[in-house]
Design a protein around this ligand. Structure first.
Ligand SMILES: CC(C)(COP(=O)(O)OP(=O)(O)OC[C@H]1O[C@@H](n2cnc3c(N)ncnc32)[C@H](O)[C@@H]1OP(=O)(O)O)[C@@H](O)C(=O)NCCC(=O)NCCS
Length: 188
């Protein structure tokens, strides 16, 4: 029986283990084709960062998907205002219309999603739970970045596009070029 819920502190070891196996740094020996097919993560959260994120529900959301006692995947995101104040510059080529939306509406930054190796068809289930929580919390839109260069995270792009994300531009994340993806939630 699979179920998703807002992560608890005791879930951190399993989240970190899924994160670790999906990091680009862990998969350096893979060829480009494999990285693009399976997807990869750039950022390794520390245990203490995860504790802060899980304890602070006003700016952050962490969802886990569990089958019996085993966590099969997770997603971490933030209030965009919070994320932007820490990490994000709009150095991107995003149309003015979206810059205005990012400046004025209540946006959620979908930061990281990962599925335990050997499992598939989990990403869309986690995203559905994220959407429900984001709507409950009154967010207007979700924004996400997915790496396009030097490797294109094809798996993640396919998963997010199937769930309604549209590409609106590109940005820079260190040495990586990302696609900026957007999903409107407040459709009345
Ligand atoms: C990205 C990730 C979360 C997606 O989760 P998932 O469980 O693999 O995704 P799903 O199976 O729900 O959906 C992927 C869909 O894209 C399709 N797909 C997968 N790879 C594809 C590719 N290279 N090209 C086109 N479509 C592809 C799948 O067939 C699936 O479609 P379906 O639902 O019709 O079968 C997961 O693969 C993962 O953890 N990857 C490593 C970490 C990562 O890349 N995270 C995202 C960082 S932005």
């Amino acid at each position: 029986m699979i179920h998703s819920y807002i992560a608890k502190i005791e879930d951190i070891p399993q989240i970190l283990s899924i994160m670790e196996e999906n990091l680009l740094a862990t998969n350096k020996d893979k060829v480009t084709q494999e990285l693009e097919r399976d997807g990869f993560l750039l950022y390794r959260f520390t245990e203490s960062e995860l504790k802060d994120i899980i304890n602070n529900h006003s700016d952050h959301l962490t969802i886990v998907l569990k089958s019996r006692e085993e966590i099969l995947g997770y997603a971490i995101g933030h209030n965009f205002q919070w994320y932007r104040s820490k990490n994000w510059e709009i150095v991107s080529s995003i149309p003015e219309k979206y810059i205005a939306i990012l400046n004025s509406e209540k946006n959620y930054y979908h930061r990281q999603i990962a599925v335990k190796k050997g499992h598939k068809g989990i990403g869309n289930k986690i995203l559905s739970t994220v959407f429900n929580k984001v709507l409950e919390q009154g967010f207007d839109n979700i924004i996400a970045e997915i790496v396009h260069k030097p490797f294109k995270n094809e798996r993640s792009i396919a998963c997010h596009q199937k769930m309604g994300f549209k590409i609106i531009g590109t940005s820079l994340l260190g040495d990586f070029t990302t696609g900026v993806y957007f999903k409107q939630m407040n459709i009345n």
